[in-house]
Write a protein of this length. Structure first.
Length: 416
């Protein structure tokens, strides 16, 4: 199904015209398609049907309660990286026994909360973290289920900011040290070694880095077995890319077939942590053209969404397609699509051929992942509303922030 399609010359989310959403909820506004989310989860899981597996949605890509709740109902687990994400998953009805906890900087309080919740596994990223987790679990009279995140030194061939599996990244333990650290872990009384974890990066558009990393992990699993450490699951991380422009990321079924072929007869459980691949193309950012401004060298379309709403273009020079909600039958002009924030880095798209007038609505496409989740209040801008479309129904899943709330926690100094 095409989620965002033109019908009667108007862009729709499922059966709802985006201009109606703008009139009802205002702009900027994130709009998600329930059907696209459901289908993406279904397609990802279908490849692993019949095999022992768990799909843990990477919460950081889109932590909306409504989205977490939808995935929880579909049977998903969750990959979290903070106590905040743990609380969100629990508030959204997620099953703690399907939570994996990743991240290089887990605090004691976060470890305690996760142990209390009874999560599926901690993905531990250093010896210091392992020692701390053993201590925290000991004080609580618990045993912590653990995978070590190993760094396979594989080039994910993606943007350097989101590549995580290379030697010089801060993530995981060095592949060469893994066996030794596993032996240390196995000897710790309040640690139970359950798995091996590996995540090499994000927006990966080729299959080979995943397979190379998986080969290395499988070799480690064998070496561990020979050393008396039995591994129950492999967490293969997330990272499958999506098409923003002309990328051709691996299809879910090709990924699944290749991974399962490598696993062979083994019944070891496979855990995955996809984020972007499940939500990226299920959401758009709806924005209104406030002003058209012509300078000597450029045409600017100044819209009411900005880098605080969608940071990806400013931060990674990322490309997001931009479509008019009601395309005009007029000559297109080359526009810089920019926001109102006081920085030249505040752009949503360069060189976009569009026919625009002030007041027109635009859809910034592929904004479902790392859009709202990375939004900020820079320039004291309230974060956008979020809406979920389900067929011809529209649900407000997050109200637009109110300006007064943005400084409600602040105080001015008392008079002297
Ligand atoms: N697991 C771990 C341990 C991760 O660090 C990440 C993403 C994922 C899973 C999910 O990766 P995905 O399937 O979504 O590629 N803000 C950046 C992306 C940062 C990704 C960080 N880690 C962006 O907007 O492109």
């Amino acid at each position: 199904m095409n989620t965002f399609t033109l019908k009667n010359n108007t862009l729709h989310a499922e059966n709802v015209a985006l201009n109606n959403i703008a009139s009802e909820f205002g702009t900027p506004c994130y709009v998600y398609s329930k059907s696209a989310l459901t289908q993406a989860f279904g397609r990802f899981s279908a490849g692993f049907k019949g095999s022992n597996h768990l799909v843990c949605f990477a919460v950081k890509s889109n932590p909306s309660l409504a989205i977490l709740n939808l995935f929880a109902k579909l049977g998903a687990g969750f990959d979290i990286v903070s106590g905040g994400e743990l609380a969100r998953v629990l508030a959204a009805g997620g099953d703690p026994k399907k939570i994996v906890f990743s991240g290089v900087g887990k605090t004691e309080a976060e470890m305690q909360a996760a142990l209390n919740a009874g999560i599926f596994c901690f993905n531990v990223e250093s010896v210091s973290e392992l020692l701390r987790l053993n201590d925290v679990a000991n004080v609580m009279g618990k045993v912590a289920p653990v995978s070590l995140r190993v760094n396979p030194n594989v080039d994910a061939k993606t943007h350097p900011y989101i590549s995580t599996g290379l030697k010089n990244n801060k993530f995981g333990v060095a592949y060469e040290d893994a066996l030794d650290i596993y032996l240390q872990a196995a000897a710790m009384p309040n640690i139970a070694v359950h798995g091996v974890d590996c995540h090499i990066g994000s927006q990966i558009t080729e299959l080979s880095p995943f397979l190379d990393a998986f080969d290395r992990v499988l070799a480690l699993v064998d070496a561990l077995e020979q050393n008396g450490i039995h591994i129950q699951h492999i967490d293969a991380g997330g990272g499958i890319g999506i098409c923003y422009n002309d990328e051709t990321p691996p299809a879910f079924d090709a990924y699944a077939t290749a991974m399962l072929a490598k696993l062979g007869e083994s019944n070891i459980k496979l855990v995955f942590e996809p984020g972007r691949a499940l939500v990226g193309n299920a959401g758009i950012l709806l924005t209104k053209v406030e002003y058209l401004k012509q300078t000597e060298s450029k045409n600017f379309a100044i819209v009411d969404a900005a880098m605080n709403d969608l940071m990806r273009p400013a931060l990674y020079d990322a490309y997001h397609a931009i479509q008019a909600v009601q395309p005009r039958n007029a000559d297109a002009v080359n526009y810089e699509i920019v926001g109102p924030v006081c920085e030249s880095g505040d752009f949503l798209g360069h060189d976009r051929m569009l026919a625009l007038q002030e007041g027109d609505l635009l859809a910034i496409m592929s904004a479902g992942a790392y859009g709202m989740s990375m939004a900020s209040n820079y320039n004291t801008r309230p974060r956008a509303a979020e809406v979920m479309v389900d067929g011809d129904q529209t649900h407000l899943i997050r109200e637009r922030e109110k300006i007064a709330d943005l400084f409600a926690l602040e105080k001015i100094l008392p008079a002297v």
